[in-house]
Design a binder for this molecule. Structure first.
Ligand SMILES: [Zn+2]
Length: 212
């Protein structure tokens, strides 16, 4: 007769190589086992609201289709999205703050939060003026005088050309971008700012107003 233990032993040996050392952590408040999320370990009871939020953002980002003209715009006003997902969906370049889609006659503009320690990477002194409700967005060009050519020109003539401008803002460093909605160019102001080499140069400041 075969011994039961013998079989158990075999099973155990087979399973052992797959085992990993697991360190389980528990909630300080309610003692529930913490679960892993994209923003670290969270308590399924105490942090339920945060977990739901993270899951809904993740779901939003997984479901963003590649946008084709005539379809519903895949982004909802005031919602947050991964910049990469926005760029993929709307066919933007990898880096550019201002992106023009010729076929669809629309612009996609990204405004990023500023990192004071790495201002060379983002020499654009753009900001939101809460008193006027206008976004002050600096045109493209990190070095030297900016010109009203290329994508800067598309923004400058957006009203004449009926170009739609979709505007996304990163409110804090490291955060996803919020879809502000469509904006309209109210004014172009030539001004003087420092470039990535801390030299004074001419820039174009686009004053953008959310419209819907
Ligand atoms: Zn808890």
């Amino acid at each position: 007769m075969r011994c039961k233990n013998q079989i158990l032993k075999k099973v155990r040996v087979l399973l052992y190589p797959k085992f990993k050392i697991l360190i389980l952590r528990f909630c300080d408040t309610c003692d529930s086992k913490l679960i892993k999320t994209t923003i670290g370990e969270k308590c399924p009871k105490c942090d339920i609201e945060i977990i739901k939020q993270v899951e809904s953002i993740k779901k939003n980002q997984d479901n963003i289709p590649e946008y084709t003209l005539g379809q519903d715009f895949p982004f909802e006003k005031n919602e947050y999205y991964l910049q990469k997902a926005i760029r993929n969906s709307l066919g933007c370049s990898l880096m550019s703050g201002i992106n023009f889609n010729k076929e669809g006659n629309f612009l996609v503009i990204f405004m990023n939060a500023h990192n004071p320690k790495r201002s060379q990477n983002n020499p654009y002194h753009d900001y939101y003026d809460s008193e006027t409700g206008l976004y002050h967005y600096i045109g493209r060009g990190k070095k030297g005088d900016q010109t009203l050519t290329s994508v800067n020109e598309y923004v400058a003539v957006s009203n004449e050309n009926n170009t739609i401008i979709h505007f996304f803002v990163q409110r804090n460093l490291g955060n996803d971008h919020q879809y502000v909605g469509k904006v309209k160019l109210e004014k172009v102001i030539p001004s003087i700012q420092t470039d990535k080499n801390s030299k004074s140069r001419k820039v174009y400041e686009f004053l953008l107003r959310p419209i819907d």
